[in-house]
Design a protein around this ligand. Sequence first.
Ligand SMILES: [Zn+2]
Length: 107
Amino acid sequence: MEESLIKRLIATIKCGTCGRNYEEEDVEVIEHADGLWFLRVYCSFCNVKCLVAAIIRRNEKPEVITDLTEVEVERFKDLEEVREDDLLDMHNFLKVFDGDFPRLFRQ
Ligand SMILES: [Zn+2]
């Protein structure tokens, strides 16, 4: 079940830079809760790394909500290390999050 979901998701997302589809080995799942998935992807063609957030619902086409380019990842990587509290926050956040990323990023 989970594997086929991931395959569908990978088939859906394309590199934001060159437009190629990712290979299965280029995609790493960081975190998922219900239908919301956070992935780390690497395009072996143009060497761009992205973080992708996507929603997968049963029997529906996966929907990619946002991705971050390597530059944006660089910006975030020097932030403080993730602690247990942060994971708990993330968990609580995902429980109530409605998937509205555009609104989230405007805040
Ligand atoms: Zn690419």
